[in-house]
Design a protein around this ligand. Structure first.
Ligand code: ADP
Length: 218
């Protein structure tokens, strides 16, 4: 199963170490690499394979058997040169599925050009996400595509007390209530017969501007 293949994670900063530890917790074999011996030592009790090496050195990567891996994550952010060089070496070693962390959009474009298959911009994306939480009435916000989001919010007054099927939420707002959670209850799927109460928490899916408009009415 491609999902559970071993992963090389390079750079054990906050992002890389959290990623490596979570992969290991989920049962994925991880080879973690960092060039700072102190960091490696600190993680050695928590990760099975964590090694001190300079990832910008192709011989070091070869020695660690990195070319045998299908998947790698370059979690070096601050040192642009190291991030770019490491990513290009992984491409040279024909690692098929390269994930890389970028700190700016320019950095992202370079990583894409040199062979990274997936780029994440954690700080930028988190900033955008928190903006939605700070400025709106949302309890949570996940952008699932360029123009589609899933939000957690309270039901707007106008749809409380009426079965969802009669609220005309879809035609009026262009959004769908996916799930509902009443106080002290778990989340359940919403149906046309679901009647929302004040105090409920709902998950709503739809185009970004539309879910924002709905959340502003709560
Ligand atoms: P974060 O913001 O997630 O903490 P950083 O960019 O600060 O990310 O951390 C990157 C990590 O990558 C650091 O622990 C650093 O030691 C490591 N690193 C930097 N350059 C190399 C390299 N050439 N080879 C291996 N690890 C590196």
């Amino acid at each position: 199963m491609a999902e559970n293949l071993p992963v090389v994670v390079i750079g054990m900063g906050r992002f890389g170490s959290a990623l490596a530890l979570e992969l290991a917790r989920r049962g994925t074999e991880v080879l973690a690499i960092d060039n700072r011996p102190k960091i490696v030592q600190a993680l050695s009790g928590r990760l099975t394979h964590v090694i001190t090496a300079d990832a910008t050195d192709i011989d070091a990567l070869r020695e660690l058997g990195v070319e045998e891996f299908y998947r790698a994550v370059v979690a070096i952010g601050g040192d642009l040169e190291a991030s770019i060089l490491t990513t290009s070496l992984l491409a040279e070693l024909e690692v098929e599925d390269i994930w890389a962390k970028a700190v700016t959009h320019q950095h992202k474009r370079i990583l894409e050009r040199i062979g990274a298959s997936h780029i994440v911009l954690p700080e930028h994306d988190m900033g955008e996400r928190v903006a939605h939480l700070v400025s709106g009435r949302m309890l949570d916000y996940i952008e699932v595509d360029e123009d589609f989001a899933l939000i957690k919010t309270r039901p707007p007054k106008e749809i409380v007390g009426i079965p969802l099927g009669e609220t005309r939420l879809r035609s009026k707002y262009g959004v769908t209530v996916v799930s509902v959670k009443s106080v002290d209850e778990p989340f359940t799927y919403a149906t046309a017969d679901t009647v929302l109460q004040y105090g409920d928490v709902i998950l709503v899916a739809g185009p970004i501007a539309k879910v924002e408009r709905l959340a502003d009415r709560t």
